[in-house]
Design a protein around this ligand. Structure first.
Ligand code: AMP
Ligand code: MG
Length: 416
């Protein structure tokens, strides 16, 4: 058995744990080029810039008459200005004629303006009489046009590298003529579930057996974070089987997430198995956080390995709070979640010698958002099923009174 020359740290704070991991270089996700139309939810590998001006030509933003603004400036209902209608602008075509003095062109919303036109009179402010139109309001005609490039200009920075593409961002890129874009391939993250007591949903439960809920929950959470989760057969609490399973998972993936077996029980082999697989091995074992105390943070070569506590609430919360910022480094992203300011509806009372993460349910009230703490044990999967976010109670604090304003971090594993 190999002897470790480097010291493992722990129990340490979450910040210290992440800092220790940050000193170790991790592999980066590979870029690939995809159609913008198929890029929803993908993470940009480059800064995305506009390929062309939008709109690509100066156009009308109302249905009306393209005019020379100065010719109609004096028009009022009492003293209208009369212009001859010289033709019609068709959608998707250039203006049919030059705009000569004393004339106008009928133009639909989005139609191209002839170069001489610098205003559009709305149909509501005009009265057609045969080939003539009476303009009754000439005031704000310049506001009824959208200049070429008024939306975005070719070369403008639209989305920064590391942005997760939303439907709206995809629309913006498409409007700016971007057809293909470089995004990161989803790194493959293996999920190894350990425990002799675990049985998948659908199979009969024997005496002393429980449902394996972590496989499904961790897989869904990793997918929501932008990874390609890979599922492997359940690992028995037996050292050589664990070694063999870990070797396969490591070889076939960019990272490994292990559920269970990370505490200090006789059959908790996670740290030993990781260390035996290669350097640097375990970097942090034990975090002064609840949940998180038995967590293992490690790497083999440039592949991160996250050992999660087996309790269902602990497993998901630790993946979210500690695993996610580590794994997102593969996309070169510094994880800075937006938080929601909310008022606690009930007191939180926890031991001050650990940093706590309390699941909360958010509801809106007349005075703003309210956060209801969901108290229970980490073995109760239902607690997270009802949660919208997590509230951090820092080490040394312990109690937060009802009415305290807290920052809730939205919980990506509970999308509703
Ligand atoms: P461990 O971290 O392996 O010591 O497990 C801690 C607790 O979590 C034990 O009660 C396990 O039965 C439970 N547990 C471990 N893995 C899972 C899982 N995949 N699904 C549900 N519960 C689990
Ligand atoms: Mg176990």
């Amino acid at each position: 058995m190999s002897v470790k020359s480097r010291t493992v740290i722990g129990p340490v704070s979450v910040v210290e744990a992440l800092a220790a991991m940050a000193r170790h270089p991790l592999r980066k996700a590979e870029p690939e080029t995809v159609l913008v139309s198929a890029a929803e939810g993908r993470i940009l590998a480059v800064d995305a810039r506009a390929a062309e001006n939008a709109p690509p030509f100066t156009r009308s933003c109302v249905d009306g008459f393209a005019v020379i603004a100065q010719e109609v400036a004096s028009a009022t209902p009492q003293s209208p200005v009369r212009l001859r209608i010289a033709g019609d602008v068709r959608m998707g075509a250039a203006a049919p004629a030059m705009l000569e003095r004393g004339t106008c062109l009928r133009v639909p919303t989005g139609g191209a303006l002839p170069p001489q036109a610098d205003g559009v009179v709305m149909v509501e402010d005009a009265q057609e009489i045969g080939e003539i139109v009476e303009i009754r309001d000439g005031e704000s005609v310049r506001d009824h046009i959208t200049l070429e490039g008024a939306d975005v200009r070719a070369g403008d920075l639209l989305c920064e590298r590391g942005t997760t593409l939303s439907p709206a961002a995809i629309g913006m890129l498409a409007a700016a003529g971007v057809a293909e874009i470089s995004v990161y391939r989803a790194p493959r993250v293996a999920i190894l579930v350990t425990g002799d007591e675990l049985v998948p949903a659908g199979a009969p439960l024997g005496p002393g057996q429980i449902r394996d809920s972590n496989r499904a929950a961790l897989s869904a959470a990793l997918a929501a974070m932008g990874f390609a989760p890979g599922s492997y057969p359940r690992v028995p609490d037996e050292r050589s089987a664990f070694d063999a399973a870990f070797a396969i998972a490591l070889a076939e993936n960019d990272a490994v997430v292990i559920s269970g077996g990370s505490s200090v029980g006789e059959r908790d082999y996670t740290p030993e198995v990781i260390d035996a697989a290669g350097a640097p091995g375990v970097i942090v074992h034990g975090i002064r956080a609840k949940p998180g105390r038995p967590a293992v943070l490690a790497a083999v070569g440039d592949k991160p390995v996250i050992g999660l506590p087996g309790n269902p609430v602990s497993a998901l919360v630790v993946l979210e709070a500690i695993g996610k910022p580590i794994l997102l480094r593969m996309f070169d992203i510094t994880h800075k979640p937006l938080t929601f300011r909310a008022e606690l509806s009930e007191a939180i009372d926890v031991s001050p010698n650990l940093e706590h993460r309390i699941p909360v349910r958010l509801t809106s009230s007349l005075t703003g958002l309210r956060a209801q703490p969901l108290i229970g044990t980490s073995a109760h999967a239902h607690i997270l099923g009802f949660a919208d976010g997590l509230v951090v109670v820092p080490e040394g604090v312990g109690r937060l009174a009802a009415g305290t304003h807290v920052d809730a971090v939205p919980f990506s594993a509970t999308r509703r």
